[in-house]
Design a protein around this ligand. Structure first.
Ligand code: NDP
Length: 484
């Protein structure tokens, strides 16, 4: 079994305290893909020392130079697509097709950031008034702490890290404990791309042990985090001590509204794609399906047939439609949520009340695609993010009722409506409380030129992607110059 090290100051190093943790393939309970450094606050401090030192020269590199490094990284990423996709599937469980799509998405987003940074620093807005010239100088903030989740272990990391590096910041990166290998593989690509020592550092270890060491260090001027709302709140509260800025991309309870005039085949694809891809573990997964009463029975029949027909199994098989959930904790949480929903009086119309009974194999953390009917807004199945392949279905009689149901959530990340009425679409876009509003497009769809982030308790700080993805990592210096 391989042992994987941290990457600090351009060197592969063991944690000072010598402890390691394992990496289980969720399709094979009890397996171990490698030993990873169980780092401590001392290791994190070393990584921040390295990043702070490297920042002094990295911030002075030209944009063209930084673009060259990132272009080299993206070329390596493209060449490694197959190998990296395999690693993502092995440690996260998603299907190999989904892992390839994740790499492709990172390449598209990375290409976008590479291009948009070229014009980004030209917006200085220089103005001259008699003898006074004023302009805004954009400057990198310093060391950025990047804390990423396990559900998109390589794409989310890229979405945060590439804008940070392109704008002249240095990075300390902590991958999720479920998926350290993908993070370290990406780290190798940064090394091979020739990034100067200390510009990018990777430290593995438990968020609950070393997260605070990243967030509390006053030299870390920006924290970009994706994960649970609970941890996001903790990070924001701690970061406030040093007024460190945060970019938090958090949970969701995303609703798909299907109106009675909708193209049901399209809506069905949306429910299945955004509900069950990645075993329902996207922050933008559809998790509530709101059906107009007139089409509810017909749509449910179609949805149940689709869910029951899905092949659940080891993601390495090309024919698998859905892999396991990401690990034992996720399995325990998702199956407990299903049991709770049944106890609350919902009906399972696809899936099984004892998820184990219909698992593809007892060897892995498999949960069948599950559809629950009879869900009401007071139930946890309606309110809480389950983060698994579970769709909670409610019915409504009018658009106003549907919108009120969709907005009845502490979250506001993504949303979708299926309708053929332009007026309904417009009223929905106007009234939905979400960072992403889709019309006849599933809740998981996004493009890098548009901001990606939630409202309410789904996020805080500037959204990722688009220009705000770069803006998060810069300070603005107002310059007033009188040169005599
Ligand atoms: P967490 O929010 O705990 O983990 C996300 C990242 O934060 C991981 O890298 C984790 O490290 C790290 N972390 C954990 N605690 C701290 C801390 N105190 N300070 C700094 N970083 C920390 O999510 P979980 O993995 O526990 O998943 C639980 C639930 O969170 C899911 O069921 C889902 O509902 C939600 N989630 C949402 C995601 C999204 O895309 N919005 C992504 C992942 C989860 P480590 O892995 O070492 O614990």
């Amino acid at each position: 079994m391989d042992t994987f090290d941290n990457f600090i100051r351009g060197q592969w190093t063991r944690s000072r305290h010598g402890a390691t943790f394992g990496d289980e393939n969720p399709a094979k309970r009890g397996s171990n893909l490698g030993a990873f450094q169980s780092s401590t606050a001392d290791d994190v401090r070393e990584a921040i020392d390295a990043a702070a030192e490297a920042f002094k020269s990295w911030r002075r590199t030209s944009i063209a130079d930084r673009q060259r490094y990132i272009a080299a990284f993206l070329n390596l990423l493209k060449d490694s697509r197959g190998e990296l996709a395999r690693i993502v599937t092995l440690e996260n469980g998603k299907t190999i097709k989904e892992s390839r799509a994740e790499v492709d998405s990172a390449l598209v987003e990375g290409g976008h950031h590479l291009q948009q940074v070229a014009g980004f620093f030209d917006r200085a807005g220089q103005k001259s008034k008699r003898d006074l010239t004023t302009w805004v100088k954009l400057e990198p903030v310093g060391v950025a702490g990047i804390i990423s989740p396990w559900n998109f272990p390589m794409n989310v990391m890229c979405r945060k890290t590439l804008p940070a590096l392109l704008t002249g910041n240095t990075v300390v990166f902590k991958p999720a404990t479920f998926t350290p290998w993908s993070g370290l593989f990406m780290t190798q690509l940064f090394e091979r791309a020739g990034l100067p020592a200390g510009v990018f550092n990777c430290v593995t270890g438990l968020g609950s042990s070393i997260g605070n060491a990243i967030v509390d260090d006053p030299r870390v001027r920006a924290i970009s985090f994706t994960g649970s709302t609970a941890v996001g709140k903790k990070i924001q509260a701690r970061a406030a001590a040093n007024l460190t800025r945060t970019q938090l991309e958090l949970g969701g309870k995303n609703a798909l509204i299907v109106m009675d005039d909708a193209d049901l085949a399209l809506a069905l694809d949306a429910a299945a794609t955004a509900g069950f891809s990645n075993a329902g573990q996207w922050c933008t997964s559809t998790s509530r399906v709101l059906l107009h009463k007139k089409i509810a029975t017909r749509f449910l029949d179609m949805l149940v047939a689709r869910a029951d027909g899905m092949v659940v199994g080891d993601g390495m098989n090309e024919s698998t439609d859905m892999g396991p959930v990401a690990g034992p904790q996720q399995y325990a949480d998702v199956t407990a949520a299903i049991r709770q929903a049944v106890a609350d009086g919902t009906r399972i119309v696809a899936g099984a009340s004892s998820p184990e009974s219909r698992a593809a194999s007892p060897d892995g953390y498999f949960v069948r695609p599950t559809v629950l009917t009879g869900v009401t807004p007071d139930m946890p199945a309606f309110r809480d993010e389950i983060f698994g392949p579970v769709l909670a279905v409610c019915e409504f009689a009018s658009f106003e009722e549907a919108l009120a149901l969709a907005n009845n959530s502490i979250y506001g990340l993504s949303s979708a409506i299926y309708t053929t009425s332009a007026a309904t679409a417009a009223a929905y876009v106007d009234g939905i409380e979400a960072g992403l509003a889709h019309v006849n497009v599933h809740t998981g769809y996004k493009e890098p030129s548009l901001p990606f982030g939630g409202v309410k308790q789904s996020g805080a700080g500037l959204p990722e992607n688009s220009e705000t993805g770069l803006e998060f990592f810069v300070d603005r210096k107002a310059v007033y110059e009188r040169l005599t």
